[in-house]
Design a protein around this ligand. Structure first.
Ligand code: EPZ
Length: 420
């Protein structure tokens, strides 16, 4: 297994190009299953999760051609049943269920187990499929949705933590080929949902209201092929913005969409970080002393849970006390114990972490546990004195395109090594 070896203490300076959004491209790839015609997806990031989704679509019988930055998918003939054990390996692939149900009226996938950040249930996905007329069967660790026909219906998809992103994506995709009108109340409002709806509408779907809590889908007979450029990754952009702040450098993010990052920019400003927008780029640097601020993660347009760990790394080097409360997942503090190994002073109280920031961090070997926790450990290592070795960096490669290369271009002393 590979690790990242980071010699910290270097302020980052320069330019970084933001890649396409992982959490947009995964459901958009799945959406290509809804038509027998070819689809072309551009600004695709080179991530292991994307390659894995390509394997799953190939497994289902689709033709998948990956070139640098572009994927061509043609799902002329696909199989609707069969064991997709692969879903268990990558939770995000649960979003093949909606397209399979919409296209073939049947979908069987292995139940995506929980993961380190939480139980990750799919009850709301299944509630939406049932509202469309599907019968759900769960046996031997597999879930099957089957429908003689899909009929549009009104439904409420709000759950224990508000909306569900992939649940909204799944039901929206199935509803495009249902008879009649579907109205999803308490739909997820994330930009990735809007991007998916734009792609589906380019395929001939009739979706209105994406990005708002009420999405209306008027079913059509069939969808045709389309081309689409994926939105930039707002979580990657937030991660590099925090890298600039945590190392007291100055970094310009190219291609980032400030209108997708308002909560993050607002919190960075409050914490004493300037974010200057120049057209399609933004330059991030400290604006005087850092200030300790409190954060609570919420569904979009609130502060994203996917930036919680990275922001905690910034608060660890900020003098003062800050409280970070995680409202989306039940155990998304795996990074806390590793950050304390680097000298951070953090205590967990239920859904909140209390950070007594400002003590200097010192490098140490740390273990990545999930995608965003590993990003937080890299950020802390960039700020720490001495050397930090982040092990199990495959977690990072799931969601960050060539992160070590991008950081080296910004002056960071980071190299990828075989774990000793
Ligand atoms: C998406 O996961 C993202 N993944 C996650 O990003 C992100 O953290 C999450 O949305 C929240 O923004 C992809 O898009 C591939 P949810 P998703 O359904 O859709 C509960 C990353 O780091 N819930 O919005 O699976 C659930 O337990 C990843 O890139 C139910 O109760 O998340 C959680 O508490 C991590 N029942 C909350 O809702 C359901 O049926 C939000 O989950 C579904 C979800």
């Amino acid at each position: 297994m590979e690790s990242l070896l980071i010699k910290g203490g270097v302020p980052l300076h320069g330019d970084v190009v933001i890649s396409g959004a992982k959490n947009a491209v995964l459901p958009i790839m799945a959406a290509a299953l809804l038509t027998r015609e070819p689809c072309v997806i551009r600004r695709v990031p080179d991530l292991s999760d994307v390659r894995f989704m390509g394997q799953i679509l190939t497994w289902l019988g689709a033709e998948v051609k990956m070139e640098p930055g572009t994927i061509r998918i043609c799902a002329r003939k696909i199989k609707g049943s069969g064991d997709y054990d692969l879903v268990r390996k990558m939770r995000g692939s649960i979003c093949i269920m909606g397209p399979l149900l919409g296209r073939l009226r049947k979908a069987t996938v292995s139940l995506p187990g929980g993961c380190v950040i939480g139980a990750r249930p799919i009850n709301l996905h299944l509630k939406g499929f049932e509202a469309l007329g599907a019968k759900i069967r769960i046996e031997r660790g597999y879930v099957q949705a089957q429908a003689r026909k899909l009929v549009g219906a009104p439904m409420f998809l709000g759950g224990r933590a508000g909306s569900t992103v992939l649940g909204t994506a799944n039901v929206m995709m199935a509803a495009t080929l249902a008879e009649g009108v579907t109205v999803i109340e308490s739909a997820a409002c994330e930009p990735e949902i809007v991007d998916l709806a734009n792609f589906l509408n380019a395929m001939g779907a009739r979706i209105a209201g994406a990005g708002s809590p009420t999405v209306t889908i008027t079913g059509v007979k069939e969808l045709h092929g389309a081309e689409h450029e994926v939105i930039p990754d707002r979580i990657e952009a937030a991660t590099y913005a925090i890298a600039a702040a945590v190392t007291n450098g100055e970094v310009t993010l190219h291609g980032a969409r400030a209108d997708h990052m308002r909560a993050v920019i607002d919190k960075l400003n409050e914490a004493g970080v300037a974010v200057e927008r120049r057209g399609a780029s933004m330059t991030v640097r400290r604006n005087g002393r850092l200030k300790a601020v409190d954060v609570t993660t919420l569904p979009y347009a609130g502060f994203p849970t996917d930036v919680q760990a990275q922001f905690m790394a910034l608060m660890a080097v900020t003098p003062g006390i800050s409280i970070i409360t995680e409202r989306i997942f039940e155990s998304r503090f795996m990074h806390v114990s590793e950050l304390t190994r680097l000298g951070a002073d953090i205590e967990i109280e239920g859904p909140s972490a209390i950070i007594k920031g400002g003590k200097p961090l010192s490098g140490a070997p740390v273990m990545a546990s999930d995608l965003r926790a590993s990003a937080a450990l890299v950020l802390a290592g960039l700020a720490a004195r001495g050397t930090t070795q982040v092990n199990r960096v495959y977690h990072l490669d799931r969601g960050y395109e060539r992160m070590d290369e991008k950081l080296r271009k910004l002056g960071a002393r980071v190299q990828r090594i075989e774990e000793s």
